[in-house]
Each structure stands twice: as structure tokens, then as C-alpha cells.
Ligand binder design. Sequence first.
Ligand code: NI
Length: 188
Amino acid sequence: MALRNILRDTDKTLLKKSRVITDFNKRLHVLLDDMRETLAQANGLGLAAPQVGVLRRAVLVVDINDIDQDSQTLEEKVVELINPRILARSGTQSGSEGCLSLPGVYGLVTRPDLVKVAAQDRYGKPFEIWGKGLTARALCHEIDHLDGIIFTTLAERLLTEEEVDAMNAADDEEYEEDSGEGGDLIRE
Ligand code: NI
């Protein structure tokens, strides 16, 4: 495995549409392994192939939905999605969003609260995944990258770091209130 450079938003590659993957070969597996290492090192919740300069429809998303229910680490929660498509979406959530290609930039983005996504694994086998809350946000964000869409173009407005800190603090409070009742760990 090897670390790959994450492109910054000034790179025009990020504005291009990625191509469908038809060969589930060693080359793809090396790309996915490298993306896993790059994502872990960057401590992110998701990464799309175009962000490492490869215009192919592959993304990684950390599925944090059940992180409090077992002992898996974030790294073990990484889901590889090849040729992902959103099949269904419901509800809305409005919250802060960032991107590894735009360090220090945050925006207020409205996303579905729940999405159903169809994709293929690294061997080409089809599967479906549900994402809610932050995972739904991450799935939408990464799939957007495959169509050359950067979150800032969807943001109602950009947020200052103080605003992001305040929103995170509010989320923590919600968690403290919820945790006593066995509520959701992560809220958006
Ligand atoms: Ni991004």
C-alpha cells in the first residue's frame, strides 16, 4: 500500500466526471488499498478516487452508523463502493460539511437524512447499503465527487471555524442527553 496525494480544490480534475469501472482487477485493488491508507492517514470520513487523481467511480465511506454497537475501529468500518448509485433518499438534515480536498473550509449543506445506495464491491459483486445521519451525508458527498461536484457549490453559506466548533459542541450536548436514553450516538 502507498499513500496518494489528495488533490486540492484548485485542481480541475475534481470538476470532471468519473468513468464507470468495468475491470475489477489488481489495478483497482491497489487503488482501493492506497485510498484506504490515504483516508486513514488523513483521518477523514470518506474519499473518492478523483480526489487522488483517478477519474473512476470508486469511493470509500466510513460507515459510522453502528460504531457504538461493536468494537470495530473506524478503519474497519470503511466501505468500498464501486459504481455507487443513490436508489432512495428521505428526510433532510442541515449541518456542517468539509472535504479533505479543502482543508479548513466548512459549509452549511442540506442533505437527505437517510439514503439507500447500490454499488459493487472490489470483485464486482453488487450490494446495497443504507446510510443515515453522518453516513448519509458522507455517501452523498463522496458520490457527488464522482460527478465533479464539490460541496461548496451546494452550501447555503460557508461557516467560520467558530461556528463549526459551536455546532459540534451542540451535537455533543445532544449526545449526552440522548445517551442516557440509549439514543443515537452521532447526530448531524
Ligand atoms: Ni470531499
